[in-house]
Design a protein around this ligand. Sequence first.
Ligand SMILES: NC(=O)c1ccc[n+]([C@@H]2O[C@H](COP(=O)([O-])OP(=O)(O)OC[C@H]3O[C@@H](n4cnc5c(N)ncnc54)[C@H](O)[C@@H]3O)[C@@H](O)[C@H]2O)c1
Length: 250
Amino acid sequence: MKRFEGSVVAITGAAGGLGSQIAEAFRAEGARVSCTDIRKPDSVDPADLWTVGNIVQTSDANAFVESTRERFGALHVLVNCAGAVGRSMVHAIEDDDWDRVVGVNLTATFKCTRAALKIMRSQEGGVIVNVASQAGVRVQPNMAHYSASKAAVLQFTKSVALEYAPKIRCNSVTPGLIETPLVRQAWIEFANQVGITFEEARAQRLSVIPLQRFQTAQNVSDGILFLASKEACTITGTNLDVSAGELIPR
Ligand SMILES: NC(=O)c1ccc[n+]([C@@H]2O[C@H](COP(=O)([O-])OP(=O)(O)OC[C@H]3O[C@@H](n4cnc5c(N)ncnc54)[C@H](O)[C@@H]3O)[C@@H](O)[C@H]2O)c1
């Protein structure tokens, strides 16, 4: 029997690089999958439920979670993966940019969690996994709104775990850098700015990672599936660091 046979899994940010991989991984393990994002990919698995919406809005967050229960009759796992990045020093962050980053990373996580808890409480069980970031622990320049919102997600995870034990578990993961086309583009820009090559920029970033590798989306989804699985039944209120060692205190 597959690990998530009979489970209903709801995933936010499911059109994104990581969210789509998480959906695929749960599907491959037998789960029925409910996806939401602000945009729908051109091609989706016909077995999935797809809801398009802005989950920073209470109505869209509620509609996503409620439609999952209506279609599949339950909600066993919620993965809060939707996220937004901003790059700016604090003095230059515009109100709109602050609201956008904090809104998607923190407020939408709260709103989807709140909606899911109503169902999970009534069915007396459930698991929530929040996608935070190593930037929520190890501060980096030019992303205070991103770092602050991800740090808040780590703390929010613990609050939920404590309040809803023993029936409901809640944990987080902290990815480091996943080498996506967007990330590679950022290195090209950085390399051009400081007058080094792309390879030098990539090598500089790699040199501070103890395991000397970037993660793949699958590395991160492996951690998320573990936290959502029965094998993690004694784990709640914790963070699984999947950043290849970037968070080892030094
Ligand atoms: N890529 C990395 O290196 C990395 C590292 C650490 C943490 N993370 C975290 O992983 C998660 C996924 O990142 P990704 O790399 O797949 O990025 P991504 O941009 O590909 O995916 C994020 C998804 O969230 C969706 N989204 C944004 N605002 C939304 C809203 N208001 N309502 C609904 N959906 C919304 C976007 O449309 C997008 O599809 C994020 O939380 C991110 O912070 C990523």
